[in-house]
Design a protein around this ligand. Structure first.
Ligand code: IBG
Length: 222
């Protein structure tokens, strides 16, 4: 099938944002069909487009793919963003990617926390970033001394790490203070042309949700 992938989700980050990042890093243009109200979701659910009645859903290469990880596995494989061979993929890329999904989940769920749990959630999220996940990636870069996390080429792990670094910095701007190699990693990744373009204003990258955006999403999904 020719044509651009079509992304079905609400006009915000949520679970679609890592997919947007991956496509952007691969230099793939995409269209977006935004779910603006509950009826838009119901329509997709009723027409059989959503295997588990959930979005993200991506129309790509004649398929209607659902499940974030399945969608990202397809895109990463198609665009050679998961290591050069099976061993690199299993030993490095997939492990890093799953760790990054864990941190991403904490970061993206923060805006949805009820007021009485926000403080505790924030402390846990920052603790996991600073004391669990970021030290791992700092050490990986230190041990092999290369520019990228896996082998010596860009992979989805690099893209997902940059995404969570930028998300964490929104909450704590100096979060990389103790991680010099992550600071240079961030600068290097941000200068890759496809990524640089995605970071510029006017791209399809979504902002951190404000109160109004959260309320709108809650009305659709909860
Ligand atoms: N395992 C699925 C995946 O990764 O794709 C989970 C998908 C999912 O939870 N989808 C939600 C959905 O479609 C929307 S994203 N719900 C409708 C239903 O009937 O279950 C939920 C979400 C939001 C904000 I909103 C942040 C994170 C997740």
């Amino acid at each position: 099938m020719s044509g651009k992938p079509k992304l079905h989700y609400f006009n915000g980050r949520g679970r679609m944002e890592p997919i947007r990042w991956l496509l952007a890093a691969a230099g793939v243009e995409f269209d977006e069909c935004f779910i603006e109200k509950k009826e838009d979701l119901t329509k997709l659910q009723n027409d059989g487009s959503l295997l588990f009645q959930q979005v993200p859903m991506v129309e790509i290469d004649g398929m209607k793919l659902v499940q974030t990880r399945a969608i990202m596995n397809y895109i990463a494989t198609k665009y050679n963003l998961c290591g050069k061979d099976l061993k690199e993929r299993a030993l490095y890329c997939n492990k890093f990617v799953e760790g990054l999904f864990d941190l991403n989940e904490l970061l993206l769920m923060h805006v949805l926390q009820p007021a009485d749990q926000k403080e505790q959630h924030f402390a846990n999220m920052m603790d996991k970033a600073e004391n669990r996940h970021f030290p791992v990636f700092e050490k990986v870069l230190k041990d092999h001394g290369k520019d990228f996390l896996v082998g010596n080429q860009l992979s989805r792990a690099d893209v997902q790490l940059l995404e969570v670094i930028l998300m964490a910095e929104e909450y704590k701007p100096d979060i990389l203070a103790k991680f010099p190699l992550l600071q240079s990693f961030k600068a290097r990744m941000s200068a890759i042309p496809n990524i640089k373009k995605f970071l510029q204003p006017g791209s399809q990258r979504k902002p951190l949700a404000d109160k109004n955006a959260v309320a709108k999403v809650m009305k659709i999904f909860y």
